[in-house]
Write a protein of this length. Structure first.
Length: 249
């Protein structure tokens, strides 16, 4: 007989929220970055378009290459920005300014993240059932900035635990990141269901860690496979309460 469900862990991007970094948000962020560099270094910084190409573009490439190679070790975003500013622009930037540049770059994501009223409603429904809720996300972005986003979106108050690869140093499907989340959630793996949009990272990783796993296809679609095979597939998050009933909720 299936273990009763006492906890639910969620992926973040394309599971709880949708996001598309817009050109407008990126331009605004890099106008502020250009001004910050000029004020700190007393120089005339490259034009915004050049900064976006040489800094944002290069950071995105390094992050993307790391994920495409299947590396489990998460990148240090501050070190990555520091290296890119030095290697592509020839700038030696003080550590506090690099951190500010990273925060300004992050704002381009923050302004384009959306969460639906329905998703918040599902989280409230599950909390009302007495379930413990948490989040596990592969993100190079800094955890304190991510938690600020979650608070602004009204999600953080509905969660009991949050775990990001950028703070534990390893990515899904590494069992270590799931173990960190389960410890914070204070629920055994067998009594926890994971919800995510990726078969390998989310479904396979969670099942290898001892959880049941639900594949969501609300924002992007990966077709269910035999290995890993999701315990359930949902078209949108509002189906989750009914699926949890079936899984032992």
């Amino acid at each position: 007989m299936a273990e009763p469900v006492r906890g639910v862990l969620f992926d973040y991007g394309h599971t709880l929220v949708d996001f598309r970094r817009t050109e407008e948000a990126l331009l605004a962020a890099y106008e502020a970055i250009r001004a910050r560099i000029e004020a700190a270094l007393y120089i005339e910084a490259p034009e915004v378009g050049h900064l976006i190409d040489r800094v944002a573009g290069e950071v995105d490439r390094r992050v993307g290459d790391s994920y495409a190679a299947g590396r489990l070790e998460e990148l240090d975003l501050i070190s990555t920005f520091d290296e890119v500013l030095s290697q592509t622009l020839g700038l030696t930037v003080p550590a506090d300014v690099v951190r500010h540049v990273v925060a300004l770059d992050h704002s381009a994501y923050s302004k384009t993240i959306t969460v639906s009223i329905d998703t918040l409603g599902v989280l409230r429904t599950l909390r009302d059932r007495g379930l413990r809720l948490g989040l596990v996300s592969n993100l190079t972005l800094l955890p304190h900035l991510m938690r600020a986003d979650l608070e602004r979106l009204g999600i953080l108050e509905l969660l009991d635990a949050t775990t990001f690869s950028s703070e534990v140093g390893t990515r899904k499907p590494d069992p270590a990141i799931f173990a960190d989340a389960l410890t914070k959630l204070d629920v055994e793996a067998a009594a926890t269901v994971f919800v995510g949009d990726r078969l390998l990272d989310d479904i396979g990783g969670a099942q290898s860690a001892g959880m049941r796993a639900v594949l969501t296809q609300q924002f992007r679609r990966e077709e269910p496979a035999d290995d890993p095979r999701p315990d359930a597939v949902i078209a949108s998050l509002d189906e989750l309460p009914y699926v949890l009933d079936r899984l032992g909720g």
